[in-house]
Design a protein around this ligand. Sequence first.
Ligand code: PSU
Ligand code: MN
Length: 332
Amino acid sequence: MSEAPAVAGGLAFFSNRVGAKANLEMLELFHLSKQVATAITRKLPVVALESTVIAHGLPQPQNFDTALRLEQLVRSHRAVPATVGMLAGELRVGLAEDEVRTLAESHDVKKLSTRDLATGISRKWHGATTVASTIWIAHRAGIRVFATGGIGGVHRGGLPDVSADLPELARTPVIVVCSGAKIVLDLPATREWLETNSVTLIGYGCDELPAFYSRTSGLSVDVRCESPEEVADIFRTQSRLGLQSALLVTVPVPEDFEVGPSLLQRVLDEALREAEAKKIKGRDVTPFLLSRMSERSAGATLRANIALLENNASVAAQIACALCNGSYRAVR
Ligand code: PSU
Ligand code: MN
């Protein structure tokens, strides 16, 4: 059974203590699990996790198993996981296992970006939060570290399609751990967007922006870091300067799971062509491309996706610990 979500009284208390940018009326709509509320109040390391990757990014049953595994990995590094999602219109920060299962297995789970949050609450939807809406919520709840697979970005093709993840990254001061932007996107355009909007790009043990299923992109990062402490130090300085953008920490997919360039190019081209022929639009584009690529690569892209999600959750937990005290030294 799920534990009772914490109420706004407690939130008011820690919003003062951690300096979360939120007002009381807003916080009344946040439902934190007891464990997450306690961790935030005590300033323990917390890692926020998104749920769109569970509901729409990965197929069943791997989606549920991966969601639980990410939480376990965060815990194994002595941080508290806070998976974010919406259940019957309640904005939840920290989901119980049965609630993760609902998001993984129900057919009526909406993909909620920031623009959909109010509608979802009003209509009492079940919803999965994207990178954009998850970091919007995490920051206001007082969580400083977030992990995902790949962020959204500028899509390829004629019609301008820019993920809401990008503008949210430009105005939300949290650490976002990912493996770059999804390969289905226009990576040079996405990199330019981040530069124009002053989002610092860290390569975690790498000099090139990782390209999701692939470790290289030919695009440079702003700075290379080798340890959680180095990332924590830059983030602390960024906070002192009052800079409002996210710190994007990009981690390459583990070598054993990288998808080779020729296979990747083939399945990507096929998926893009099919999306165009079927006129897939808006919020359906990313889930469609990811699932087609997995089918056409006999699961190679899916295995890479899961491996990088797990690795990123571990790195994020180590960074969250370093932000709190600093007990990790080496890149993992
Ligand atoms: N990373 C993954 N799989 C995903 C996503 C990210 O490994 O499914 C999701 C994230 O939730 C991200 C969203 O915010 O895709 C971007 O969708 P769009 O391009 O429609 O903004
Ligand atoms: Mn879009």
